[in-house]
Design a protein around this ligand. Structure first.
Ligand code: GLC
Ligand code: CA
Length: 536
C-alpha cells in the first residue's frame, strides 16, 4: 500500500470564531490563528482543518458561503489567509480547508441571480419545485422554502439561508472544481468535505444521503481537482457504514482519503429518536463493538479510518464519555490514549487537548447556534418545557464546543480583550487553560503531544492489525500486532476500579496516565487507568 503523509498525521480542527481574537471585537480571526501557530507547533500537529472562513452572512457560522473566493470580513482578508498559509508552512503545518458544496448561502451571487431571473442558467444550479414534499430540514421544519416572486419552492436541507446546490448540473460541478483548484494553487493541503454524502440526493424520491450518483461525482471531482496532488480529503458522512466508507476511501477507487463516520457518536442519542432525546446512560459495550467493527473492517489498503471524539457540532467528550469532576484530567488522557492508538488519522478539536468541557448554559439568550434555536422554537410550540429544552441543549447542543478557547485564567480567558465575546467564556477557564497546561508537565496537553509524536514515529500504528480483548464490560483493551511486534492498549472507561486478568510482561511502557507498567502484577485497574505497553 502506498503511504501518504496523512497516514502519519494528526489533524487539529480550528473553529475560527472561537480560537483567538486579535482585534478585540469578541470574535476569533485569522490573525489570532497566526499568533497561536507556535502553540500548535509545540503540540506537534501535522495539519489544521480550518472550519469555514469564507465570505458569509454567518447564518450558520460560515457554513453558509456567499463567496468561495473571498474571506469573511470578521476573519480578515485574503492577505491574512495567505500569510496564515505561509506562516503555517514555516512551522511544518499544513492547512486543510472546509469545502461546503452541498449548499451555498442564499446571498451567493449564483442564488441571487437564480432567484431574480428564473430564465438564467443559474436557476438550475439550485433545486426548484412547484410543490414541496415531506423532506425536512436538519434545522427543523420543512426543507422547502417558498419563493414568492417565481411561485416555486427551493430545497434547503439546512437553514433556509442555505439553498441546496443541484449537482446534476454539469456547469455547476465544473465551477466547484475550478474553485477547488484555485485553493489548491494557493497551497492548501486538502479539504474536509461538509455533508458530502448529500450531494447525490434525489429530492423527488426523498433520497438525501448516499444517492445513486454520489460516487460518480466524487470520482469526477478527483479527476478534475485531486489527482496526483497528495492532498488529504475527508468527507463528513453521517450515514456511512464500513462498506460505504470503503467505497469512498479504497485508494483504487480514487475518491477520498477517508471519511468521518459517526456510528460511535450515535451512542450519545437514543436509538431511533430525534437527536435531542439524548441517551441518559452511555453504553461502553456498544462503543467497543462499534470501534472494533470499524477497525477490523477497514483493513489496510482497503480503506482508511478517521478517529475523533469531538468537533464543532458535538458536545465535549469529557461531558459525555469522560468525567468532568475529580477524574477530569485522568479521563481526558484515557480517552486520548484509547482513540489515538487505533488505526486511522486522529483529529483533535480545539480545547480537547486541555480538557475543555460543556458550558452550563442558563437560558436561550446565551445560545447562538441556529440548530439549537430552531429546535427550541419548535419544541416550545409543541408544549415542551423550557427546562427540558435547556437540559437537551446543555447536553447535546453545538454551542458547547464553540465557546472561546481558554488560553489563560485572565480576562475572557485570554481569548479577547472585548467586554463581551460572541459566546460566553466558560467560568472554568480559571483552572482549565493553555497557560496552566503548558506549565504542568503532567497535564493533558503533554499526553496529546506524546500521542501526536508517536503517530509520526511508530509504524505499527499504521500497519498493526487490531484485536479486541475480552475483558470486563467497562474495560476497553486491544492489541495491535505487526510482524513480531505486539502492543497492548488498556483503558478503564469508568470511575470505578475494574478487574483485569492478563498476565503479561513488558520492557517498555509506550504511554500511560498512571505509573510505569512493567509487569501487570495487579489484577485490578483503578478508575480511568490507561496505558499502552510493548509486549515481550
Ligand atoms: C455540517 C457542519 C455543520 C453545518 C452543516 C451545514 O454538518 O459540520 O456545522 O451546520 O454541515 O453546512
Ligand atoms: Ca476579531
Amino acid at each position: 500500500m502506498k503511504k501518504h503523509w496523512w497516514h502519519k498525521a494528526t489533524i487539529y480542527q480550528i473553529y475560527p470564531k472561537s480560537f483567538m481574537d486579535s482585534n478585540g471585537d469578541g470574535i476569533g480571526d485569522l490573525r489570532g490563528i497566526i499568533n497561536k501557530l507556535d502553540y500548535l507547533q509545540k503540540l506537534g500537529i501535522t495539519a489544521v482543518w480550518l472550519s469555514p472562513v469564507y465570505q458569509s452572512p454567518m447564518d450558520d457560522n460560515g457554513y453558509d458561503i456567499s463567496d468561495y473566493e473571498a474571506i469573511a470580513e470578521i476573519f480578515g482578508d485574503m492577505a491574512d489567509m495567505e500569510e496564515l498559509l505561509d506562516e503555517a508552512q514555516k512551522r511544518g503545518i499544513r492547512i486543510i480547508m472546509d469545502l461546503v458544496v452541498n449548499h451555498t448561502s442564499d446571498e451567493h451571487a449564483w442564488f441571487v441571480e437564480a432567484r431574480q431571473n428564473p430564465d438564467s442558467p443559474k436557476r438550475d444550479y439550485y433545486i426548484w419545485r412547484d410543490e414541496p414534499n415531506a423532506l425536512v430540514s436538519t434545522f427543523s421544519g420543512s426543507a422547502w422554502e417558498y419563493d414568492e416572486a417565481s411561485g416555486q419552492y427551493y430545497l434547503h436541507l439546512f437553514s433556509k439561508k442555505q439553498p441546496d446546490l443541484n449537482w446534476e448540473n454539469e456547469e455547476l460541478r465544473q465551477k466547484i472544481y475550478d474553485m477547488m483548484n484555485c485553493w489548491i494553487d494557493k497551497g492548501v493541503a486538502g479539504f474536509r468535505m461538509d455533508v458530502i454524502d448529500l450531494i447525490g440526493k434525489i429530492p423527488d424520491q426523498e433520497i438525501t444521503g448516499n444517492g445513486p450518483k454520489l460516487h460518480d461525482y466524487l470520482k469526477e471531482m478527483h479527476q478534475a481537482s485531486l489527482l496526483n496532488k497528495d492532498l488529504l480529503t475527508v468527507g463528513e458522512t453521517w450515514g456511512a457504514t464500513p462498506e460505504i466508507a470503503k467505497q469512498y476511501s479504497n485508494p483504487d477507487n480514487q475518491e477520498l482519503s477517508m471519511v468521518f463516520q459517526f456510528e460511535h457518536i450515535g451512542l450519545l442519542f437514543k436509538p431511533d429518536s430525534p437527536k435531542w432525546d439524548y441517551a441518559k446512560e452511555l453504553d461502553v459495550a456498544a462503543l467497543k463493538r462499534i470501534f472494533t467493527k470499524w477497525q477490523t473492517e477497514l483493513e489496510l489498503g482497503q480503506g482508511w479510518n478517521s478517529l475523533f471524539w469531538n468537533n464543532h457540532d458535538l458536545p465535549r467528550v469529557l461531558s459525555s464519555w469522560g468525567n468532568t469532576g475529580p477524574y477530569r484530567e485522568k479521563s481526558a488522557k484515557a480517552l486520548a490514549i484509547l482513540l489515538h492508538l487505533m488505526r486511522g488519522t486522529p483529529y483533535i478539536y480545539q480545547g480537547e487537548e486541555i480538557g475543555m468541557t460543556n458550558y452550563p448554559f442558563a437560558d436561550l439568550s446565551q445560545i447562538e447556534d441556529i440548530e439549537s434555536i430552531n429546535y427550541a422554537k419548535e419544541a416550545l410550540e409543541k408544549g415542551q418545557s423550557m427546562e427540558s429544552i435547556m437540559d437537551s441543549i446543555r447536553q447535546i447542543g453545538r454551542d458547547n464546543a464553540r465557546t472561546p478557547m481558554q488560553w489563560t485564567d485572565g480576562h475572557q480567558a485570554g481569548f479577547s480583550s472585548a467586554e463581551k465575546t460572541w459566546l460566553p467564556v466558560h467560568p472554568n477557564h480559571e483552572d482549565i487553560n493553555v497557560e496552566a497546561a503548558l506549565a504542568n508537565p503532567d497535564s493533558i496537553f503533554y499526553t496529546y503531544q506524546k500521542l501526536v509524536a508517536l503517530r509520526k514515529e511508530e509504524d505499527w500504528l499504521i500497519d498493526g492489525d487490531f484485536e479486541l480483548l475480552e475483558t470486563a464490560d467497562k474495560v476497553f483493551a486491544y492489541q495491535r500486532t505487526t510482524g513480531d511486534k505486539s502492543y497492548l492498549v488498556v483503558v478503564n472507561l469508568s470511575d470505578q476500579a475494574q478487574p483485569f486478568e492478563f498476565e503479561v510482561s513488558s520492557k517498555e511502557t509506550i504511554i500511560s496516565n498512571t505509573q510505569e507498567v512493567k509487569v501487570l502484577e495487579s489484577k485490578t485497574l483503578q478508575a480511568w487507568d490507561a496505558f499502552c505497553i510493548a509486549l515481550d
